[in-house]
Write a protein that binds this ligand. Structure first.
Ligand code: ZN
Length: 213
């Protein structure tokens, strides 16, 4: 039960180590943050954002949920995104999924998951949208890996459908929207998609800001 103490012990050693290398390590961050990146990742413990990207405190503004979903009615996500894009002026938003994602696997099952069903429904919709491609794959593992990738690509597209991102693209030509997938077996990140202000959003999702002050 007291295994948790290793976390606190590690923290003591980590602080000492950082201060030995750089006495100003913590004081440099005490007044403000200017992260360059937003990370929208899965809650899975095997995908630690800072560890796999070599980021330090102050580098990443992080939102994590089950299966790294961008849901338009998720006030938590929207608050993170709004603050990061409008106030912190981040240059990159990264959606990072991962092979072996339990959320994606659960969405592929017909078993009822209770309250999780509503969350996983979003992934089921992506499966349905890409059903022809997915069903043509040889086995479950191949479909599973491809759905993980398609899920990331669709979340990035969903980011581009927000007026928040479109306004920032219109006014400041940022941020770039990245879709990555992480392989928990190799530790490697792979780029899947990149959308910039030059991306043509589908007409029905496109906002016109010319009439605003
Ligand atoms: Zn996951």
């Amino acid at each position: 039960m007291d295994g948790y103490k290793r976390l606190l012990d590690y923290n003591e050693r980590w602080v000492r180590e950082r201060l030995r290398e750089n006495p100003g390590y913590f004081s440099r961050l005490k007044d403000d943050q200017t992260p360059e990146y937003v990370w929208i990742g899965c809650s899975d413990s095997r995908v630690p954002a800072e560890v796999v990207t070599g980021c330090e405190p102050g580098d990443l503004f992080v939102h994590r949920n089950v299966a790294n979903l961008v849901i338009h009615t998720d006030l938590n996500l929207l608050t993170v995104l709004n603050y990061a894009v409008d106030q912190l002026k981040v240059r990159h938003v990264i959606v990072c999924g991962h092979y072996g994602c339990g959320g994606v696997r659960a969405a592929m099952s017909s078993r009822s998951q209770g309250p999780l069903n509503r969350w996983l429904r979003n992934i089921k919709d992506i499966y349905e949208k890409h059903q022809v491609e997915l069903d043509a794959l040889p086995d479950f593992e191949a479909r599973f890996r491809r759905l993980v990738e398609l899920n990331v690509v669709e979340q990035v597209r969903d980011l581009a459908k927000t007026s928040l991102i479109q306004r920032a693209w219109h006014d400041e030509r940022r941020p770039w929207l990245h879709g990555w997938v992480y392989d928990i077996h190799t530790g490697r990140l792979k780029e899947l998609t990149l959308l910039t202000h030059e991306h043509e959003v589908d007409e029905i999702h496109r906002y016109d800001f010319s009439g605003e002050a």
